[in-house]
Design a binder for this molecule. Structure first.
Ligand SMILES: C[S@@+](CC[C@H](N)C(=O)[O-])C[C@H]1O[C@@H](n2cnc3c(N)ncnc32)[C@H](O)[C@@H]1O
Length: 302
């Protein structure tokens, strides 16, 4: 393990992590895991803090756990996405905080004391088995404490699938559960960019037909081809900014991996104009199956 590490991709004009710094973000496939960094092993850590409060405090606490006593932690976040609360949150761990403001970000620097007060934040953000969901989950993962209404719509209308398929952006694996309820499904590849989701889905979908992969759907899945079906509730936020290109990339990759006659079932927020990317990839073989509660459910045939 390198002595220096970085969590996320902080803007270069604000901080420049050291050249050999290990990447620890769960949203960058192939990164090392922050949780797996041994206690008190890092000299320095730079964190682009996530926007969710429980998730952010957990990441900061994990960072402090992994730092050597006397090691430095630089934390930054856009002011409107948790940045304005950073200094207070760090002080609550018993730290002295040097704070700076630049380009709509708050930037805090701290030195790890011998015994930071991090136990509560570590527990609050840890993976857990939710009794309500009946699933392993973790704050920070998409819809971590409730079933997304779009997913519920897709599941409620999902005809039993047959053959080999994929679930793009699988999250905790709730949709995959529904798909695998059909005994005619012989294989299902679940893909997500979030390692925490992938870890939870691997525990939640305990089925020999399922394979869970930590990957970015936009980069293509060379191992997938000739699939009978793809299900997806594509992401509509990328790094916080609404990004239709992300959904369009999911649609294009679904079209690429499906066999001729294979089927895409996709749910999306009603206000997102996916008709064009669907038509670009599937021509006229696109049907609107349902429109409910702010969501649209599409079926597209290859
Ligand atoms: C709207 S959520 C749906 C999650 C899950 N299928 C469900 O229905 O609850 C979209 C998922 O896509 C994942 N995701 C976002 N960008 C991705 C990408 N480029 N490649 C793979 N997964 C991605 C997110 O981590 C998130 O879990």
């Amino acid at each position: 393990m390198a002595a220096d590490a970085v969590y996320g991709l902080p803007p270069r004009e604000l901080v420049e992590p050291s050249a050999g710094a290990a990447q620890l973000s769960p949203l960058i496939p192939g990164s090392e895991s922050l949780e797996a960094v041994p206690d008190q092993s890092l000299e320095s850590l730079t964190i682009l803090a996530p926007p969710g409060t429980v998730e952010r405090r957990y990441v900061l606490a994990q960072g402090l756990r992994a730092l050597k006593i006397g090691g430095t932690m630089m934390v930054l976040a856009p002011k409107a996405k948790g940045g304005s609360r950073l200094a207070k949150e760090l002080k609550a761990f018993g730290l002295e905080v040097a704070e700076d403001a630049r380009r709509h970000h708050r930037i805090c620097e701290v030195v790890r004391p011998a015994e930071p007060d991090i136990a509560e934040a570590l527990a609050a953000g840890a993976p857990r088995l939710s009794q309500d969901l009946g699933l392993w989950t973790q704050p920070g993962v998409f819809s971590w404490d409730r079933i997304d209404p779009g997913t519920a719509l897709l599941l409620g209308r999902l005809p039993p699938q047959t053959g080999v398929g994929a679930d793009f952006g699988c999250g905790l694996g709730y949709l995959a559960h529904g798909v695998l309820a059909s005994s005619a499904v012989t294989g299902l590849t679940l893909i997500d960019i979030d390692r925490r989701a992938v870890d939870c889905a691997s525990r939640n979908v305990n089925d020999p037909r399922a394979k869970v992969v930590w990957a970015d759907v936009r980069h293509g899945q060379p191992a997938l081809s000739d699939l009978d079906f793809v299900v997806m509730n594509p992401p509509f936020h990328d790094g916080g900014a609404e990004d239709r290109a992300l959904g369009a990339a999911f649609i294009a990759e679904a079209a690429r991996v499906l066999r001729h006659g294979g089927k895409l079932l996709m749910v999306a927020n009603r206000h997102l104009p996916y008709e064009r990317p669907l038509a670009d990839s599937f021509g006229a073989k696109v049907k609107l199956l349902a429109e409910e509660g702010g969501y649209k459910l599409y079926e597209a045939r290859r």
